[in-house]
Design a protein around this ligand. Structure first.
Ligand code: FES
Length: 567
């Protein structure tokens, strides 16, 4: 933003061929909303509101918007909220992932097209925060991310329940016949009982932590529960700070850099965060032209301990992390591993922030020290090999180490329909040591990479007490899920990656120690299968689906659209 650029309502005038007329017309229409000339002369702070009746996680946004407005007004700005697409995780078909880029485009274009000097981004549910960060990075106007905050867990029949690790735990018990229909119905009413995002370290909480680690949210705000009064105070503070940013701009491109992306990856590893965040960070990095590599992820993973004891890998909930000291406690522990010179949206460097917070109280049952971590290595690793030449991801902190070094027989499902039709068939030829393989669930599969990588344990094995198996796919997995699950295999099956060539009975070797995933089939046989391979049949696409299918990139490039990355 240059000093000569018009500010406030004078910014980016509608083109009628007469700039004076355009501004006069804009002011007169703005006055129809009852604003005085004094108010209209103020710096404008946009509030990107992703509330929707189809998004339970954002149901408290009207209160947050009011608090942001209060902050903007008290600092001398003019707050103007505007709606954007909202992505309620469980309300979208085929999957919210398909629409993340659409929301990112909406956010980017509305920030750029409307006259605002800074923007506060209100998001929370899984894909909304990455979409807002991607859009804001590309628009490159001063922006502050304000997240929804997590739900509170619910006390229920002697234990605490929280979406959505417990959703899966109880569903697995129901599938195994250990809870009856009435029981699962009672659980259903008690898993998600407040406003806010999933209560564990799922994708939403991970992306909230990443937004703060990148420096795009105000310090200390990532973990505040949605219903806590501090969340409203964070909203007010974000509005106030946005007015300061309008006067002295710090742009997203100054905050989101190669170094801050590395900081975010360190935090992702230390919190045992969601596998989805790797895709989102790759996409965010691509928007600012910062390098991003899964091999670098492995280097960082080898030197970043897991410090936070939260579900799905640990015991506690996000509200416990807030009470234990919040993300600041994690960042202070990680400080020797972080780039402390990274600038934050608060106007200070990360190092200055952490120095200011030295000595703050920390509950060590929830946030461990570097010297006594929960695990010495990070929660996520990338695997490479003949089955995944461009990489695959395993959340080792949520997996069974007893399954890490082994060879198994592939039991292949060629599509999601095939999986649904056969996985619970009592005659399915499957044993606990087999590797379940799902094909054609990647970005270009027509399903838009759903969170289907958490393949159910075949019912006959589940009933026999089998809790985990090696599962391999080009799909994603919910951040709240757990198991020995290899995801994001790239290139995906639908574009002819080696995953498409696997047949039931093939041997596959997994070695987490060596970071390898190999298909043990001879080259001649693979060449024969490749020449017979045809892409899956898909219905003709139109509109956004066509744009998506034409331009979506593979997982290691963040599943962004090729034309949205910075060249
Ligand atoms: Fe919105 Fe989990 S459903 S964060």
């Amino acid at each position: 933003m240059s000093d000569s650029e018009p500010r406030g309502l004078a910014r980016g005038l509608t083109n009628y061929g007469d700039a004076g007329f355009s501004l006069y017309l804009r002011r007169s229409f703005a006055k129809s909303m009852g604003f005085s000339a004094e108010m209209l002369a103020r710096p404008v702070v946009g509030i990107a509101d992703s509330r929707s009746g189809f998004n339970n996680c954002h149901r408290h946004f009207p209160d947050l918007v009011e608090a942001v407005k209060r902050g903007v007004l008290s600092a001398g700005g003019l707050p103007l909220e505007f709606p954007t697409i909202s992505l309620g995780e469980v309300f979208l078909s085929p999957t919210s992932m398909m629409f993340r880029n659409l929301m990112a485009m909406d956010v980017e274009e509305m920030i750029r097209a409307q006259p605002m000097d800074a923007v506060v981004l209100l998001g929370g549910c899984d894909k909304t925060v990455p979409a807002q960060l991607m859009g804001a990075a590309s628009a490159d106007r001063p922006a502050i991310q304000l997240v929804a905050g997590p739900m509170m867990p619910t006390s229920f029949e002697g234990e605490r329940l929280g979406a959505c690790t417990d959703c899966r735990r109880f569903w697995a018990l129901y599938r195994a016949g250990r809870i009856d229909a009435a029981g699962i119905e009672r659980i259903e009413s008690n898993l998600a009982t407040t406003a806010g995002t999933c209560a564990v370290m799922g994708t939403a909480s991970t992306m909230a932590a990443i937004a703060e680690a990148l420096g795009m949210s105000l310090p200390g705000t990532a973990a505040i529960p949605a219903v806590h009064a501090d969340r409203l105070r964070a909203a007010e503070a974000s509005g106030r700070r946005a007015v300061e940013l309008a006067a002295r701009p710090i742009r997203p491109s100054q905050i989101i850099t190669e170094k801050s992306i590395e900081n975010a990856l360190r935090v992702l590893l230390a919190i045992g965060g969601s596998t989805n965040a790797i895709i989102h960070l790759a996409a965010i990095a691509g928007r600012v032209g910062a390098p991003f590599s899964l091999r670098r992820l492995n280097e960082l993973s080898d030197s970043t301990p897991v410090l936070v004891d939260l579900k799905p890998t640990g015991q506690y909930y996000m509200s416990d992390l807030y009470a234990a000291g919040g993300l600041g406690a994690v960042l202070r522990e990680l400080a020797p591993l972080l780039h402390l010179d990274c600038l934050t949206v608060a106007g200070e460097t990360l190092g200055e922030r952490l120095a200011r917070e030295q000595g703050a109280w920390v509950d060590r049952t929830v946030v461990r020290t570097l010297a006594e971590p929960l695990a010495k290595e990070g929660g996520l690793v990338a695997l490479f090999g003949s089955l995944a030449p461009n990489g695959a991801i395993l959340k080792r902190s949520a997996a069974d180490p007893g399954l890490f070094e082994r060879e198994g027989r592939a039991v292949v499902f060629s599509s999601l329909e095939d999986l649904a039709a056969r996985v619970d068939d009592p005659s399915l030829d499957v044993a606990p040591d087999d590797f379940l393989v799902l094909q054609n669930a990647g970005p270009r599969s027509g399903y838009a990479m759903p969170e289907a990588g958490y393949l159910p344990i075949p019912q006959k094995l589940a009933r026999a007490g089998v809790k985990d198996m090696v599962r391999i796919s080009d799909a994603r997995m919910s951040g709240t899920a757990y198991g020995t699950i290899v995801l994001h295999v790239s290139p995906e099956a639908a574009v002819g990656g080696p995953l498409a060539l696997v047949r039931t009975g093939d041997r596959i070797r997994l070695s987490v120690r060596e970071r390898r995933l190999d298909l043990l089939v001879g080259d001649d046989e693979l060449a024969r299968r490749r020449s017979a391979w045809r892409p899956p049949a898909m219905p003709p696409a139109r509109g956004y689906a066509k744009l998506y299918m034409t331009h979506v990139l593979q997982a290691e490039e963040g599943c962004d659209f090729d034309f949205l990355r910075r060249a």
